[in-house]
Each structure stands twice: as structure tokens, then as C-alpha cells.
Design a protein around this ligand. Sequence first.
Ligand code: PEP
Ligand code: MN
Length: 266
Amino acid sequence: MKLNLNIQPLNTWIKTGKEPLVISGPCSAETEEQLVATAHLLAQTGKISALRAGIWKPRTRPGEFEGIGSIGLEWLKRAKEETGLPTAVEVATAKHVEEALKAGVDILWVGARSTANPFTVQEIADALKGVDVPVMVKNPVNPDLSLWVGALERINNAGITKLAAIHRGFSSYEKSAFRNEPMWDVAIALKTLAPELPLINDPSHISGNRDLIGYVSQKALDLDMQGLMIESHIDPSVAWTDAKQQVTPAALADIIDHLTLRKAEV
Ligand code: PEP
Ligand code: MN
């Protein structure tokens, strides 16, 4: 079986080059200063192609920080104006899509919890009809290839051709070194079904721990994934969400410097 997706190449919507493609920024936009300062440090590394930040955060349990909300769109706008970096946010409702587009966000992504719900994905897809914006679709929280494929198809059927998949691993009840099991086979299966679909790896949510990010990133590149989305924060130890897995912009640059783009031929 092959998927029948209508896809434009990655370099039609994001800067790609010799280095691995990296999208980076905080798990959550927390304050204007935190976001803008992180963006400046990231831009100064010269190694990233887009700035990510969550402003509507889908928390598994209630009572935690659920994102700064729409005001974060203004901060993203400022970060983009000052650094020139295109911006990316997670959208989980039609209203998020409308607000993000109105604020000039360059790239949207669908989070793992949303991908698992076809009603949510369809609502997002309907809000995207007639719009030309790049959309990245994370794998669902559970290792169900069809759900991932179905979400990609719904977004593509809405007319979005600047499309990519993000592999962020899968939840498991079992304890493991990873926060989310990579189950590389699932990502490879998607690649086999849709070789033209750009596949980006999210080592941060797979690892759950900054020490594993270099290893997971290299594995993703060895499997010919086209890019990495890595969470970074000006001061990860005090991050409001995902503190253990975020890295400083300097640590990010160091991780990237140690990656080999293609596995050496043997
Ligand atoms: C995120 O990117 O911060 C996030 C919430 O990720 P996921 O949807 O992969 O859990
Ligand atoms: Mn996160």
C-alpha cells in the first residue's frame, strides 16, 4: 500500500541546507522576556530554521500550567520581528488555527493528543480549508500508524500540501529509559507508505531527559529523517513545563555540532 498524499518538498516552506534541519524553542512560552531572549540566543547559533513555542498546552492532568494563551502570539510576533526566525505553534482547535493564522504564525503543528482524536483533527482540517500554511502532524500518543496516517490524510484533504510528520514516540505504562518509546519501526513504516512526506524527529519528547537528546537525534538522522524539533529554554532548570528535557541554546548548538548528517558508509 502507498499513501496518496499531495506533498510539496520541505525546502518550499522551510530553510534546509547541509546541516540537519532544526526547529527549536521552548516547550512553553512563559513570559515575553523568556521567549524573546531564547529566540535571540537560538538565532545567534545560526543553526535553526524556525522557532517553536507552545502557547496552548495540552496537559495530561489538570492543575498544571496550561499555556499562556493568545497573548503568546504577540510575543512570537516580536521574536520573529527581532530575529527573522519563522515561528511555529501547536494548534488543537479551530479557534487556535484562526488566531495563529491571524497573528502571522508561519508553521502550525498538531500535537500527539490531538492526532489521536479524529474529530479534533477534522475540526483543525476544516479550519485550514483554503489556507496555504505548512502543517506538521505529530504521531498519536499510542502506536497506531493508521491514526497518524488518517490525521495526515485529513489535513492533506483540506488542501494542505506543505505537510510533514513528526515522530515524538509513544506512551507506555512500562518504565523505560525513554519518556516515550521511540518504536522506530512505526516511523519507518510511515516513511515506507509515504516516501515523499517529510519526517521530522522530536528527540525531546522521546527522551524526556536532555542527556538522551544527542543519541536520539543521531539515530533519527541515521534513519534518514529530514529534521529535528528540539525544545530549548534560556534556563531549562526553571522551565514551567518539560524542564528535564529542555536544553540551553548553547547546549543545542553543541548537540547539533556533534551530529553526523549521514551514517558513514561501511
Ligand atoms: C510539545 O511539543 O510541547 C508537546 C506538547 O508535545 P506532544 O504533543 O508531542 O506531547
Ligand atoms: Mn514539551
